[in-house]
Ligand binder design. Structure first.
Ligand SMILES: O=C(O)CCC(=O)C(=O)O
Length: 268
């Protein structure tokens, strides 16, 4: 399937700033991403199996970076299973062959380019893991304020959020405020969840009761705009919630760094 979005899906994305696309990846594709991620966790967090948490917040395995959950880093909670100790794994592009190929998968690129135009930069990958009981929240935020691109406007960035596990209300599925991608840049502060810093919006200025909670099955995808307000709750359940997120930026955006943007360009 390389067809991209239908007219109704495109209209829904433009109206809401997010769009669930069900069953995009096959079960075996989901499993192979999980196997690759598990390999980095088993290598990078091996010391946990001997009762020793790593001393630093972030561990590196062949260029791939792993960030611990704050409760594991502080030793507040003893976790001996490397698969359930990390918050985030990133920088897989160029370091992991399987993930590098998924980033260029035409099923994904055709959807991203339907929104962003025919040419995009691949900006970043990140697996967000929310382990059982200790996975922290991701506060309400917009994505583009994190990125070195201007203007901070809709339809210049799309995140492709891929469920690797079932994501539910209990384990921290994604939440979005429909239409908020057209409300401008609401990013006002930096906030902290223990040792993890976030750019955040002033929640007094938004009505979070309007949030739509998007539960998902493994292989489902949710596309979201870089300006839409979104959030995910702490994982209070006994089930992990692994997701894998790919960020694409339209080449219509202005890069604010030095020289040419150091990101691969991908065409439809
Ligand atoms: O997966 C999550 O919990 C948060 C994802 C997110 O906020 C993002 O991709 O910008």
């Amino acid at each position: 399937m390389t067809t991209g979005l239908g007219a109704e899906q495109k209209a829904q994305f433009e109206r809401d700033g997010f769009l669930p696309v069900r069953g995009l990846l096959r079960p075996e594709e989901v499993e192979s991403i999980k196997t690759a991620l598990a390999g980095y966790l088993r290598t990078g967090l091996h010391s946990l199996t001997q009762g020793q948490p790593p001393e630093t917040d972030t561990v590196q395995v062949n260029g791939v970076l792993i960030q611990l959950e704050p409760a594991v880093l502080s030793d507040k909670v003893k976790v001996s299973e490397p698969l359930y100790a990390a918050r985030k794994i990133w920088n897989l592009h160029g370091n992991d062959a399987l993930v590098t190929s998924i980033i260029r998968d035409q099923r994904i690129i055709s959807m991203a380019t339907d929104i962003l135009g025919d040419e995009v930069w691949f900006f970043a990958d990140k697996a967000l893991l929310k382990p059982p009981h200790i996975g922290v929240e991701k506060p309400w935020h917009q994505d583009i304020p994190y990125f070195p691109f201007e203007p901070k406007e809709p339809y210049l960035h799309v995140a492709v959020w891929i469920a690797l596990d079932e994501a539910t209300v209990e384990n921290g599925c994604m939440q979005y405020i429909p239409g908020s991608h057209r409300w401008g840049n609401l990013t006002t502060s930096t906030t902290w969840t223990e040792t993890v810093s976030h750019l955040a919006v002033d929640t007094d200025r938004i009505d979070t009761s309007q949030a739509v909670l998007v539960e998902a099955q493994p292989g489902d995808v949710v596309l979201h705009d870089g300006m839409v307000l979104h959030y995910s709750a702490p994982n209070r359940s006994s089930k992990p919630r692994w997701a894998f997120v790919l960020d694409y930026i339209s080449t219509r955006a202005r890069f604010m760094g030095e020289g040419e943007p150091p990101y691969p360009k991908i065409s439809r």
